[in-house]
Ligand binder design. Structure first.
Ligand SMILES: [Zn+2]
Length: 278
């Protein structure tokens, strides 16, 4: 499942591939991908527009158009964006949207499980984020999560640390993989209550959020065995071989050798070391 580092990798690729490109036409074949507006409204809003750039907030991609509108893309469970220089190359199954660019290249949206979505938004808030996404909290890469902001967010939510990290209304972009890795890097148990953290622990958590996400972006994200996450050229990420705890249940902790434990928090499998994390 793409989280912030995977979506950021796609964003950087899209900036390179799409900035300045003009959309010739759009073809929608999957019925579930466009669900906030009709397919006709969607394709009409995009045809003829020039792409100015691509931003990201949390796990959402925000493609800026030359009429102030924004093409919003959410990959969700299994969505992939593919940049295809050759429009004659065959479409893979589960291709639901094809955006034809002037000059012949295509941007294709492939999504086997069809949870992903795209829509064109007009109305942006003061952060430049579409009002439809107003419920999203701060983006930890864009703005950073300094210890005092983090302390405020933690104090307002009396929940398990892992549940807090997954809560998109506090910090946007962290999912199950990076939630586990951030807790390990911060040396904090994922079941610690958010209002029990000392000042020093909040500082560690703040550093871990920044460090883990930056390192994962550097390595172009994590492609797991299901191979669902691919970049816009179909390439895999490299951070999966740097996981300390995620999906390592029963294996030796890479730092202390004790067996990694698995539990469930907020309905999600959670992996941690009982010796390294307190
Ligand atoms: Zn350990």
């Amino acid at each position: 499942v793409p989280e912030l580092p995977e979506v950021e990798t796609v964003r950087r690729d899209l900036v390179r591939a799409l900035t300045g490109a003009v959309i010739a036409s759009v073809t929608v074949t999957g019925r579930r991908t466009i669900r906030r507006q009709s397919a006709v409204e969607f394709t009409d809003a995009l045809a003829g527009r020039t792409i100015l750039g691509c931003r990201r907030h949390g796990k959402y991609l925000l493609v800026d158009l030359d009429d102030q509108r924004v093409l919003v893309i959410h990959l969700r469970m299994s969505g992939q964006l593919r940049y295809e220089p050759d429009p004659q190359s065959p479409l893979v199954t589960h291709t639901h949207v094809v955006i034809d660019l002037v000059g012949g290249a295509q941007l294709r949206f492939v999504d086997p499980r069809t949870f992903g979505e795209m829509f064109v938004a007009d109305d942006l808030d003061e952060r430049g984020v579409p009002v439809e996404l107003a419920g999203l909290g701060l983006d930890p890469l864009e703005h950073g999560v300094d210890p005092s902001t983090l302390a405020g967010l933690l104090a307002r939510r009396r929940t398990a640390l892992k549940a807090f990290l997954l809560d998109q209304s506090a910090i946007a972009g962290i999912g199950n993989i990076y939630g586990d890795e951030i807790c390990f890097a911060a040396k904090l148990r994922p079941d610690r209550r958010t209002d029990s953290l000392s000042k020093a622990e909040v500082r560690r958590l703040s550093g871990a959020i920044t460090d883990i996400l930056a390192e994962a972006v550097e390595l172009r994200g994590s492609t797991l065995r299901d191979a669902r996450y691919r970049d816009v050229s179909g390439g895999e990420g490299g951070f999966q071989s740097h996981h300390f705890v995620y999906a390592r249940e029963g294996k030796a902790c890479l730092r202390c050798g004790r067996s990694i434990e698995r539990t469930r928090i907020a309905g999600r499998s959670t992996h941690f070391c009982t010796k390294c994390q307190r």
